[in-house]
Design a protein around this ligand. Sequence first.
Ligand code: CA
Length: 235
Amino acid sequence: MAVAIFGVLAGVGQGAVSTSYTGAPDLITDGGYPGSVVQHTFNVSGSAFAIADLSVDLVISGSTGNGSGYLGDLYVTLEKDGVTAVLLNRVGKTTAMSGGSWLDGFSGTLGLTGTDVHFAESNGGLADTSGRLTGSWAADGRLVSPSTVDENSARDNTLSAFINAGVSPIGDWKLTVADANLDNIYQMQLDSATLNITAVPEPAATAAAVAGLLAAFALLRRPQFRARLGDLVSR
Ligand SMILES: [Ca+2]
């Protein structure tokens, strides 16, 4: 299922935008990776900005409450302009614990900094009343097969990959959520997802920023676009 979500970055100086998917829960096929996955596209419009900060809020639950999800099966990526960041890659999976974390899902934030979410449980990560890992963590960053990922996998694809590659915040961001381990027991669902971007004008882009502001203003004047703002979803 593909859903387009829209947000606008506008303003002189630092700007911020949050765009959310808050539609009906999307069932995540047990063992569906890579053929059957949940995807949403977040479209950010505006002017020529560079990314200063970037995070994703995710709520993924067992579809029938406590005990029905399995965090250690989740593989979640964010892609833009040919760059991929890995948000979750089978949390807790190591050579000694091949099944990964037994928690029921995730309800928190994945960002640029903080403790590596892959080892959240051994670093004080707690579950909420629905059994989901909570808190703010650094994205996993291991762009390797979820069937082989472990503590030795390189973290070359954290959210910093977008900044290092000079990726613009403007355009389409693709979120992919998958269950990468078939167990025929645990059924998870994506409840919501929010892309948060803080951006600053690029040093030599003042003129472009002004042009972008005018473009954003023009968009805001279009009634059908204005109706999409405020975390609305169009299917
Ligand atoms: Ca599974």
